[in-house]
Design a binder for this molecule. Structure first.
Ligand code: HEM
Length: 400
C-alpha cells in the first residue's frame, strides 16, 4: 500500500472532508426523466428496493451459501445464457427479472452507441475515462470511502479500473448482443452493490466516514458515478469542441440509461436528454466531491498498480497530465502534483491532438505520438487488468 505523505494529505483537504457534507435540497424533477413522472423522492434516501432484500436474505443463509452462489454464477457469463442450476429460487427469480432489458431499450441506439468507441473518438474516450473519470472517482468522497473499506479496497487498482471498464463497455456494441456480457456483468454489479449495503455498515470504519450516510450506495451515489463517467466525458468532448453528432450523443446517453436501469436505478432518475443530465450533474457533483485520505491513497494506488511503485519521473508526468485533464479543483482533491513547466506542454499538445481530430484527414495515431508513450501504455494497462476475474459477491469487508 502507498505510504501517504503528510504533504499530500494536507493538500487534499482530506481531514476537513471527513467531517461530512450538507446536501442541498433535491430539486431535479421527475418530468426531466425518461419516466416523465415519479414521486420525486430525493435519491439520496433511495437504495435498491428490489435487490437489497434478496441479497440480505442470501447473506442471512450464511457466508458459505454466498460463496456457493459465487461458484455457481461463475458459469453465467453470456447475455443469452440460461442461469445455471442450483441457485436459490428467490435469487433466480430476481436475476431473471433484473437481466431483462427495459421495454424502452432501443437496439438501434445501442448499436449506434457502439460506434462511439471507434477510431475517431476511441483514443479520447480512453484518455478521458482513464486519466479523467478514473481519477475523479477518487475525489468522490463516498465512492472513495466505500471502495476503500469494502473487500475490493485491498486491491484498489483492480476495483477502480473495473468500474471504468464497465462504463467503457457500455459503449461496446458487442456488449449488448446475445453473445456479449454487459447485461450479465451489470446485474452481477447490482448484486455486489446490494452486498456492499449489507456488509459495509458492519465495518468499524464506516461510522466515522460516509458523511453521515448509514447505508452506502444510494441511487444518488450511483448517479454521481454515472456523471463522473458519461456526463463528464460528454462535457469534455463539448469543451474540446469534438462533441459527436446529436444522434450519436443521444445514443451514448441511451446506452448509459439502459445500463443504469440494469444497475437498479429507477427510471424517474434517468435523464431524458443531455440538458436534463447536465442539470442533474450540476446538482449532485459538487457536494459529492472533496478531498479524503482514502481518495488520495486510492489515486496513488491506481498509479502504483499501472506504472509500478516508485517511478517518480513518470508518476510526476502522469499526475501533471491528469491535472490538465481533470482540472485543478479535482486534482487538488486528490493532491496531484502541479508542474509549472509541464502544464503548458499539455496545454499545447492536447489541443493539438484535438485539432488534428477536427481536420479533414485526422491521423490520431500519428498525432497522439505527441503524448509520451507512457500515456498510451497507461491506458492500455488500465483497460487490460490481466486475469479477467469474474464479478463476485464480497464475503467480507476489507481485511484489517
Ligand atoms: C463494485 C461498477 C457505482 C462502490 C462494482 C463492480 C463494478 C462496479 C463493475 C464489480 C467489481 C468487482 O468486484 O468485480 C459501478 C458502476 C457504477 C458504480 C458502473 C455507476 C455507474 C458505485 C458507487 C459506489 C460503488 C456509487 C459507492 C459510492 C462499489 C463497491 C464495490 C463495487 C464498494 C465492491 C468492491 C468490493 O468489495 O469488491 N462497481 N459501480 N459503486 N462498487 Fe460500483
Amino acid at each position: 500500500m502507498t505510504n501517504l505523505s503528510r504533504r499530500r494529505l494536507l493538500a487534499s483537504g482530506g481531514a476537513a472532508a471527513a467531517a461530512g457534507a450538507t446536501l442541498p435540497l433535491w430539486t431535479w424533477a421527475p418530468s426531466a426523466s425518461i419516466a416523465g413522472t415519479g414521486d420525486g423522492l430525493d435519491p439520496e434516501y433511495v437504495w435498491d428496493v428490489r435487490a437489497d432484500p434478496v441479497i440480505e436474505r442470501l447473506y442471512g443463509e450464511g457466508i458459505a451459501k454466498v460463496a456457493e452462489v459465487n461458484e455457481i454464477l461463475k458459469g453465467w457469463t453470456r447475455n443469452d445464457q440460461p442461469l445455471p442450476d442450483g441457485l436459490p429460487t428467490y435469487l433466480e427469480d430476481f436475476i431473471e427479472e433484473a437481466r431483462a432489458l427495459p421495454a424502452w431499450a432501443d437496439q438501434g441506439k445501442l448499436k449506434l452507441a457502439g460506434s462511439f468507441n471507434e477510431e475517431r473518438y476511441g483514443f479520447f474516450l480512453a484518455l478521458l475515462y482513464t486519466l479523467g473519470s478514473g481519477l475523479i472517482s477518487c475525489a468522490i468522497k463516498r465512492e472513495a470511502w466505500s471502495v476503500y473499506y469494502s473487500y475490493g479496497g485491498s486491491d484498489m487498482r483492480d476495483r477502480i479500473a473495473k468500474t471504468t471498464v464497465l462504463g467503457y463497455d457500455v459503449m461496446d456494441a458487442q456488449g449488448w448482443t446475445a453473445t456479449g456480457s454487459l447485461m450479465v456483468n451489470s446485474v452481477k454489479t447490482r448484486m455486489v452493490h446490494a452486498a456492499v449495503r449489507h456488509l459495509l455498515p458492519q465495518s468499524p470504519h464506516w461510522a466515522s466516514v460516509g458523511a453521515g450516510q448509514e447505508i452506502p450506495i444510494s441511487q444518488a451515489d450511483i448517479l454521481v458515478t454515472f456523471h463522473s463517467l458519461g456526463t463528464w466525458v460528454m462535457r469534455k468532448f463539448t469543451e474540446w469542441d469534438i462533441a459527436p453528432s446529436t444522434e450519436l450523443a443521444d445514443a451514448f446517453l441511451h446506452a448509459w440509461n439502459v445500463d443504469l436501469h440494469l444497475l437498479g436505478v429507477q427510471e424517474q432518475y434517468l435523464p431524458k436528454d443531455w440538458a436534463a443530465a447536465y442539470a442533474q450533474y450540476d446538482q449532485v457533483m459538487g457536494p459529492a466531491t472533496g478531498g479524503t485520505r482514502e481518495g488520495v491513497e486510492l489515486a496513488q494506488a491506481l498509479l502504483d498498480s499501472v506504472i509500478g511503485e516508485g517511478n517518480p519521473v513518470l508518476r510526476h508526468e502522469l499526475e501533471s497530465l491528469g491535472r490538465y485533464v481533470i482540472g485543478d479543483a479535482y486534482a487538488d482533491m486528490i493532491a496531484f502534483d502541479k508542474d509549472p513547466v509541464l502544464a503548458p506542454v499539455w496545454a499545447t499538445s492536447v489541443p493539438l491532438l484535438v485539432t488534428s481530430y477536427q481536420s479533414t484527414v485526422p491521423n490520431i495515431p500519428l498525432v497522439s505520438n505527441l503524448l509520451p508513450e507512457a500515456v498510451h501504455t497507461f491506458i492500455k494497462i488500465y483497460f487490460s487488468p490481466g486475469d479477467p476475474a469474474p464479478i463476485t459477491l464480497p464475503l467480507s469487508n476489507r481485511p484489517e
